[in-house]
Structures are given as C-alpha cells and as structure tokens.
Design a protein. Sequence first.
Length: 304
Amino acid sequence: MIAWKSAACLLAAVSLCVMAGCSDSDSDTDTDSVSASDSVSDSSQSDSEDADSDDSEEQTESDEESEAEEYLAGDKLTAAAELFGGDYTYTASVSYSDDESTVTEVTLVSYGDKVYQKAVSSGSEGLQTNAVYLFDGSMAYAADLNLGVYSQTDERENLNTVLSVIDAELENTATRIPNDEAYTYEEYTYTGSTYMSVFDFYFGEDDSLEKYTVTYLRETEDDLVETVEIGSIEQSVDESVFDSALEGLESFDDFTEDERLGFCQNICSEYSVSTDDMYTLDITTDDFKTISFDDFTTLIYTFA
C-alpha cells in the first residue's frame, strides 16, 4: 500500500519488472543457432543435425526444469502475504524523506474482485491529499474529494506492496538492511535501467509485519525513502465503502468542454492558482477545455 502521490512511482517499478520477466531471453539465442546450422557444409550436416538434436533435447529438458522452479519469497514475507489471501482491511501511515512533516493515512480494502483505497494527508502547508481509488469489479476510478470530481482510470491496480513484490518475483537481497535488533528483516530489490527500488520489510518478535521502507535509488537525483508504518491488518471489511466511494462527486470525464473550462477556472480561483503557475506546466486557460484529470490535479496540488 502506498500514498497517493507516489503510487505511479512504485507501480511503474513493479510493472516494469513484470514486463522484463515476460521477455524471452532465449529466443534470440535459438534464432542464432538455426542461422549457424544453415551454414554447415553438406558433408558434415547429418552428424551436426544429430548433435543438434541431442543438444535440443537437453536444452528442452533444462528449460522445462527451469520453468518448473517456483519463485519463493522469504518465509516472513510469504507468511505476511497469507493475511491478504481473502477479504481484508489494511491501514498504514506513510511518510517520505523529502517531506517528513507530511503523513498520509491510508486505508486499503479488498473484497472479492473489488478494491478501495483512501489516502488522507496532513501536517504540512498547502492543499493536502484527500483521494480515493476504486475498482468496483469491472471499472476503475480515481476520485479527488477536495475537488469533488472523479475520473475513470485505465485498469485495476495492485496497491498492495507485499503482494506486488511477490507477484513481480523480486530478488531477495541484503544490501541495505538496517542494523536494529528490535526487528528481523527481509529485503527485495528491483533493478531498472536508470534506478533501483529497494524494499526492506521489518518484522517484530512474533514475525508480524510492522513496517517497511522503499528506497528509490536514482542516478541523477537524491535517494527518496518511503516509510510505511503498519496500523492494522484485519480479515473483515465494511462493504459500504464501495457503494459510497463516489457519492456526491461529479464525473470529470462527462463534462462538456465549456463545463470543464468553467470548473477548472473556479478551482484555480478557489486555491489561488495563477496563470503564471499554469504556464510553468505549459498549460493555458484554453487547455482547460480538454485537460485530463491527472494533468489538472497535478496542477492544483503543485501550486495550491
């Protein structure tokens, strides 16, 4: 589970890892082998084909054995994941190293195919996050309760970090584990082309998950550390949150161009977002007619 403002960062890391895992690194090698075999002279082709056949059978057996090897996360994270095997309600407090005064209280509810997450921030100046993500079993929505609008999103997102790490089969590592005898640890690392994400999970005396950190290591920027303090994990849900999540909100997607223009102008006026602020993000007033939900909320939370 992650706070609203960094969801894209972590989910991107996980999705990239999954995509990398789907690539078939053996396919190019197989193609090269076929091309090489085509160049063998007629006098030695039969013996070569027999040898290639044996090698191919051995390679097939090796591939089958590799495919049969099941990814296993550490014992403690595997046990924690079992708590999320059915319906559950999960709460946590989230903070970031670049703004430690802001704490985001997050509630994640999973019920069958449905997912609900609410994130409410407090502690620093400016407009604070008050947002909801909802997957109602068929459609996904992002809602901003401060602005009173929601928008349909592309797909169901996995907002549970424990399950995401296991689903992405991240490598179990031991490079940044803290030295604190009050906890035992398991660490997992995702390595991208220009950054790394290191997940350190902290377990108490009874092996219960008490907190975790995500350290984003970036080549051209300072490291960013997300700290998640676990509040509770319960195998029960309040089903009413799925029915009430969008109550009283307007659909940003259903606005006409003139309605979207008027709405955006009113919100900018309410939160003192100026045209100079808009120009900083290359947004003009006329752009409000067709601006996306994500671009508009980014503008407001950047300058409100």
